[in-house]
Design a protein around this ligand. Structure first.
Ligand code: SF4
Ligand code: SF4
Length: 500
């Protein structure tokens, strides 16, 4: 059927610069460039270009420019180009529109309406180049109070704790959704930087068992790749109930991405679709959740924290309270802007709540109930830089997960084509020719660099406030002020207006 969809991008090739090397032809996974032997010219199919910029960066003579196509629809606030094109696409296919990455709509990003404090005159700031600054974070249940023996050794028995040198971990991204080279890059960077990475729901490739002490393993509804050794090798076990990009629905890894290695790791037949059911079929109540939490603690000899991850939804505070009472040592809240390898576009863009609101309400509720010490809070879903991290910590988080930011460090340009399996950057694919585009040596170095840069910036932010430890910022909303927010928004966030 002829498509009525116009090209999203215009490809301009400078004929003076093009040497017909065909690098763009070989690099593009969406067949947007081809060599015309008859005319000895390299040409483009603009209709298939997804704007991933791989060709632009690899063109040896800088002959290429990709620009957004200024689509000439009549201005209409209601029937915007994206709305029109989605309807055209569904009229042509009759299917659910799939997409990758996170919500790109205009819902308010509250991080951009929160500002941090800095010391002036009183309580002088601290120079992080000259004074020690502490970013160390411990995740896990904390006791009501600590008792010491006469020799000052610890008398109170502590629940299992995980030490992070930087309060930023790599979010769950499953093997199959991303390549093994991406997993290896994440694992090596987490190990180098003293933090954790997360397998997602697709199991752990045996090659990566050696990074187990920096690994969070997930137990999700599909239970892919879950077996005793998988649990034994991990530092933290995470029960995945929901995901910010697609709350309330399950996952689907198409059979084409289930290669031999993926199938062995997931313990499913090669080439079959890997379907994760929407609910965890053994969890229909907080009591059911408690049973699974304690079963996993029992299975791991009570040596590692058990985390529970939910999507941020309307009653997150009440749900989180139940999760803590079910024994979750760590609760993970994944917000509206969280990313995914594949999700129905309509769910991604319309279901869930912003992570800032969920975090503030959960932290407040757990404090009101006097159970905040019984769990650590980790948030994810659109954390973009160290400023977002500092604001999340001040709002009440113990640590954050980053997913999209980590992939961008590996080359991702957020083209939102992860669900196609054709990622030109070799990230969201299991095609062996493409996965080689991520070199784990380089990937690990880039990811470690990102965390190193954010750590330095966090120390600068803390020093500017006159505090020398992240612990002093945690849940300290006095260090935040709101800009351009309504009274109701300020009340939910628990912060005062700038100037007050
Ligand atoms: S990569 Fe650049 S120089 Fe090579 S064929 Fe494509 S546009 Fe021409
Ligand atoms: S991972 Fe690849 S396909 Fe997905 S958004 Fe990034 S560049 Fe595009």
């Amino acid at each position: 059927m002829k498509t009525y969809l116009p090209a999203k991008f215009l490809i301009e090739r400078d004929p003076e610069r093009c040497i017909r090397c065909q690098v763009c032809v070989n690099q593009c996974t969406f067949d947007s460039h081809y060599y015309d032997a008859e005319d000895d010219e390299v040409r483009s199919y603009e209709e298939s270009c997804v704007g991933c910029h791989r060709c632009v960066l690899f063109c040896p003579t800088k002959a290429l420019t990709i620009r957004s196509n200024p689509l000439d629809y009549r201005d209409n606030y209601n029937w915007r180009p994206e709305v029109i094109e989605d309807i055209i696409r569904q009229a042509e296919t009759g299917g659910v529109l799939l997409t990758g990455m996170g919500d790109d709509k205009g819902q308010r990003i509250y991080w951009d309406h929160l500002v941090l404090n800095a010391s002036q005159v009183t309580n002088p700031s601290i120079d992080p180049l000259r004074e020690p600054m502490e970013l160390t974070t411990y995740l896990g249940q904390k006791p009501e109070r600590v008792e010491l023996h006469a020799d000052l050794s610890l008398k109170t028995e502590l629940a299992p704790q995980v030490r992070l040198e930087v309060p930023v971990m790599f979010a769950a991204m499953s093997y199959g959704a991303v390549s093994l080279n991406v997993h290896e890059s994440l694992a090596r960077a987490a190990t180098e930087m003293g933090t954790l990475w997360n397998t997602g729901e697709g199991g752990l490739h045996p090659k990566l068992y050696k990074y187990g002490s920096n690994t969070i393993v997930q137990v999700a509804s599909g239970r892919f790749g879950v077996h005793p050794e998988y649990l034994d090798v991990a530092r933290v076990v995470e029960i995945k109930i929901g995901q910010g990009a697609k709350p309330g629905i399950g996952g689907h890894l198409p059979g084409e991405k289930v290669s031999l290695e993926v199938s062995m790791t997931r313990m499913i037949p090669q080439g079959t679709d890997a379907l994760s059911p929407a609910p965890q079929h053994d969890i229909y109540s907080i009591e059911d959740l408690a049973q699974l939490v304690w079963a996993l603690k029992e299975a791991t000899n009570y040596t590692k924290p058990v985390s529970v991850k939910i999507a941020a939804v309307h009653n997150s505070a009440a749900i989180a309270s139940g999760m803590v009472r079910a024994g979750a040592d760590i609760i993970v809240l994944d917000g509206l802007r969280g990313s995914t390898g594949a999700a129905p576009k309509i769910i991604r863009d319309n279901v869930g709540i912003p992570i800032e609101m969920a975090l503030a309400s959960v932290d407040s509720r757990l404090r009101q109930e006097g159970i905040r010490n019984q769990t650590s809070i980790v948030v994810s879903g659109g954390i973009r830089n160290s400023g977002d991290v500092a604001k999340a910590i001040a709002l009440g988080a113990d640590a954050v997960y980053i997913g999209t930011a980590a992939l961008i460090a590996l080359g991702c340009t957020v083209c939102q084509q992860c669900h196609t399996g054709k990622c030109a950057w070799g990230i969201c694919t299991t095609d062996l020719a493409l996965t080689r585009r991520v070199n784990p040596d380089i990937g690990a170095r880039r990811l470690a660099n990102l965390l190193r840069g954010w750590s330095l910036e966090l120390k600068d932010i803390l020093g500017g406030m006159g505090v020398n430890a992240l612990e002093s910022l945690r849940g300290n909303r006095f260090h935040l002020r709101g800009v351009g927010l309504t009274d109701t928004e300020l009340e939910i966030l628990g912060v005062r207006m700038a100037g007050s």
